[in-house]
Design a protein around this ligand. Structure first.
Ligand code: M5T
Ligand code: MG
Length: 233
C-alpha cells in the first residue's frame, strides 16, 4: 500500500523542477524529504498531492494511477510551507472545515476538533480568530486541520519552522505518531539534517530536483555516499 512515483519529471519552461523521480513510499512510515533550499521539496510534494501535473511519468496510489487526478478527488492533506488559515473564521471553524465539507455529524465534528486542538495545544484558542494568534499557534491550527481530515496521504512542508524550540521538540515526537500511525503515507519536508535524524523513519534526499538517496534515515546518515554529503548531513 504505497505512493509510487515512476520516472516523474516536472519542467516549467526551460527550468527543471523535478527530474526522474522514482520512489515508493509505504503507509504507516514517516518519510522525510531532506534537501537544501530550492532542492525541490515543495515541488515534489505538490506533484504527490496532485496540485501540479508531471510533465512526464506516472504517480500511483495503492496501485491506482492518480496522475493528473485533481486534488479535490483524492484523500490528501497538505500543510503548505506558507500555511493557510481562514482569517474570518474562529480557530474551531478553521479546524472543522474539512469535516464540514465532508458533511460529518455535529457530534463527530466536535469530538475530532477538540481532539486535534488538544494534540496541538490549541484548546484555549478555539474561540479566537487566527489573526489573534502567534505564528506558532497559526501553524498549529493548520496542522490540526490536516489532522482531522484523516487523509490517506499527509504532506507537511517544513511544518515546525515557525515554532519555538520547546513546541518544536514536542511536536516532532507527536506528529509522526499521530499521522504515520494512522496508516497514512506520511511525508515531511525539512532542510535540517538533524531533524531528519531525530524523526527516524526513512529519508529521501533531494538535490537540484533529483532524488539522490532513499532509505532508512540512519543508514543514510551512517553512509551518506560521495554525492552531496555536505548538503545533506
Ligand atoms: C525547486 C524552482 C527553483 C528550483 C525548483 C518556488 C519556485 C521554485 N522554482 C522556480 O523556478 N520558481 C518558483 O517560484 O523550482 O524549488 P522548490 O520545490 O520550491 O524547493 P524547496 O521546497 O526544496 O526549497 P525551500 O526553500 O522551500 O526549502 O529549481 O528554482
Ligand atoms: Mg519548499
Amino acid at each position: 500500500m504505497t505512493l509510487t512515483l515512476e520516472n516523474v519529471w516536472r519542467t516549467v519552461g526551460d527550468e527543471v523542477h523535478i527530474a526522474e523521480a522514482n520512489l515508493s513510499l509505504e503507509r504507516g512510515t514517516l518519510n522525510t524529504l531532506l534537501g537544501p533550499t530550492l532542492a525541490g521539496k515543495t515541488s515534489l510534494m505538490r506533484l504527490m498531492a496532485g496540485l501540479d501535473k508531471p510533465t512526464k511519468g506516472r504517480i500511483l496510489f495503492d496501485g491506482q494511477d492518480v496522475t493528473g487526478v485533481r486534488v479535490q478527488d483524492r484523500s490528501v492533506a497538505m500543510v503548505y510551507q506558507q500555511f493557510i488559515n481562514y482569517p474570518a473564521l474562529t480557530v474551531y471553524e478553521n479546524i472543522a472545515s474539512p469535516l464540514r465539507i465532508a458533511r460529518a455529524s455535529a457530534d463527530e465534528i466536535d469530538r475530532k476538533v477538540r481532539e486535534a486542538a488538544a494534540m496541538m495545544k490549541l484548546e484555549p484558542m478555539l474561540d479566537r480568530t487566527p489573526l489573534e494568534l502567534s505564528g506558532g499557534q497559526q501553524q498549529r491550527t493548520a496542522l490540526a486541520r490536516a489532522l482531522v481530515k484523516g487523509a490517506d496521504l499527509v504532506l507537511l512542508d517544513e511544518p515546525l519552522a515557525n515554532l519555538d524550540y520547546k513546541l518544536r521538540e514536542e511536536l516532532r515526537e507527536e506528529l509522526p505518531r499521530v499521522f504515520a500511525e494512522s496508516g497514512a503515507v506520511f511525508v515531511y519536508a525539512t532542510t535540517e539534517p538533524t531533524e531528519a535524524l531525530l524523526l527516524g523513519g526513512n529519508t529521501v534526499t533531494l538535490h537540484e530536483g533529483r532524488v539522490t538517496q532513499f532509505g532508512p534515515t540512519l543508514d543514510i546518515y551512517r553512509n551518506p555516499g560521495d554525492l552531496l554529503t555536505a548538503d545533506v548531513f
